[in-house]
Design a protein around this ligand. Structure first.
Ligand code: GUN
Length: 298
């Protein structure tokens, strides 16, 4: 029997309408609407699409948005000045610097991405990329949670997939997804309760020996490597749950990190690409922007 498809789009819509209702009460209580302030440096087409999608999602949830478009030639000092301006602006609840910043090949000035993320006021850091928010997560007392892994926790919880006591293999150790995902699932509790925490986690990566065997030992396999269809059907245990974080463009087609047609015949449940994890990232960004506005109003 083919795997159940986990409908991230539907769950994201649910979360977005919950956030919208919550924004409405926040504003009805006399607060200014939350605002997401995004900075886009350069004109990378994929980043332009992401930023536009974020703006649209904000609007639908009653969240204001502002976009500062800066040319690819922007220097690090200029970008840091923009971040400082938004840090000081009480109207900006959340600040997001769209990544990646333009490389020198794309006309960029070689900005140190880390220095820019470090400069965002942690109370406005809705991506949860700042060292303060990463540290709080690591200590099990998170403030903002990074949007993609938090979206995955929500997806698991709302589809009644428990991670407690299970072996979760996360493939990919990025700061944005792999590392925080592993940390969140290994902890005693999550924002959705202990059933979507308490996992035994293996964080696998490009140097992992016998990756196929490690993947086959997973009850829940989370692929976040950014390599099209790298996870093959034979790397998945019969009945495992497969979460595919990859969004790779191949010949004008979007494919995940998992070979879907093969995986679907082995897994018990799987997220499609597109329509799986992707929509949840934006939903959790809206959640974080509202949370930032609430913290700043308190
Ligand atoms: N580029 C790709 N994903 C993300 C994200 O989650 N946040 C930011 N700021 N940039 C990104």
């Amino acid at each position: 029997m083919p795997a159940t498809r986990l409908d991230g789009k539907k769950i994201a819509a649910e979360i977005r309408s919950e956030v919208a209702a919550d924004v409405e009460s926040f504003v009805a209580a006399g607060n200014a609407p939350p605002q997401l302030a995004a900075i886009l440096v350069g004109d990378d087409p994929a980043s332009q699409v992401y930023v536009r999608n974020k703006e649209r999602a904000c609007e639908k949830a009653g969240i204001a948005s502002r976009l500062d478009r800066l040319p690819a030639s922007t220097t690090q000092a200029e970008l840091l000045a923009k971040v400082a301006e938004l840090n000081a602006d009480p109207a900006a609840s959340g600040i997001l610097v769209q990544l990646p910043l333009p490389s020198p090949e794309a006309g960029g000035t070689g900005i140190d991405e880390r220095a820019v993320l470090d400069a965002i006021d942690p109370i406005k850091d809705v991506d949860a990329f700042s060292p303060v928010n990463v540290g709080l997560l690591m200590q099990g007392r998170p403030r903002f949670l990074p949007c993609t892994p938090h979206g995955i926790v929500q997806l698991l919880s709302r589809t009644n997939i428990s991670t407690s006591g299970k072996h979760v293999v996360v493939v990919g150790r990025s700061d944005i997804v792999g590392k925080p995902m592993a940390m969140m699932l290994a902890q005693k509790d999550s924002t959705c309760g202990p059933e979507t925490a308490n996992a035994t986690v293996t964080l696998a990566h490009s140097r992992t020996q016998d990756l196929a065997e490690v993947c086959r030992s997973a009850d829940i396999l989370i692929a976040a490597v950014g390599r099209p269809e790298m996870i093959r059907g034979e790397m998945i245990r019969e009945g495992a749950v497969v979460i595919d974080v990859g969004i790779n463009r191949v010949d004008d087609r979007l494919v995940g990190d998992v070979a879907f047609a093969e995986a679907e015949n082995v897994a018990s449940a799987i997220t499609p690409v597109p329509g799986g994890v992707g929509p949840l990232t934006i939903a959790m960004l809206l959640h974080n922007t509202l949370m930032a506005a609430k913290m700043q109003a308190a």
